[in-house]
Design a protein around this ligand. Sequence first.
Ligand code: KIV
Length: 285
Amino acid sequence: MAEGKNNVGVPGLLEMKRRGEKIGMLTAYDYPTARILDRAGADVLLVGDSLGMVVLGYDSTVYVTLEDVIHHTRAVARGADRALVISDLPFGSYEAGPERALNSAVRLIKEGGATAVKLEGGVEVASSVRAIAGAGIPVVGHVGLTPQSSAGSGGFKVRARTAAEAREILRNARALEEAGAFMVVAEAVPAPVGEMLSRSLEVPVVGIGAGSGCDGQVLVSTDMLGIQEEMTPRYLKRYAALAGEMDRAVRDYLSEVKGGEFPGEEHAYGMENGEREKLWGPEED
Ligand code: KIV
């Protein structure tokens, strides 16, 4: 990592929670977007495995490979000067146990250039969190709705609508914190549950669909920028409508190409003085 890069840092995020400053996190998958988000002041860029659905066109995150995440992390890491870069351990890269999880995490750091890794699950992945954190790699947990295992656990639906379920999620989040996670993402849980998690853990809890009581918020950048318009969860606020803007720009371009209006003189290169006339004359030696 180049000197002076990623100056938010893990201690910086813990300090933000301590002084009550909200953490602003967004997903990123490529270099130009990472640069824009970083320069706008995002604290954390997450190379989420949502990559599979919002960039690679899959209908699930389970098809995303470790190589996919490494490839996109490299681009994001090159574009992030200030923000901390966290990469997701994709489905299949950690479930086999702590050794496999650590090997995958090392690859995201060494080959991808991430600063930290994130994995989904609770008590059942605590030993993997311990192994990764024990090797000196900052690690983030992810509780509530966990998309990688959503097919077997109720689909893309809000979790912890009952107090018993909420306590179960808290138990999982505590296990992650005890194992060494420096941050926990809480997805799709009622606002009071997000607040309870934030107040119960020492480490920051960043919510997505977890209400305003969390220590920070994360959104999928393509959703909040309106590049992707299919996803309409209740928690999503669109801050732009870029798909419409891109559609308009592409239609204008195509119509100008077909109508011969583009390129105009101002977009064309000229020749040196007197050379143009010679193009159609006899060849000179
Ligand atoms: O993959 C992802 O984008 C995520 C966020 C939804 C937190 O895990």
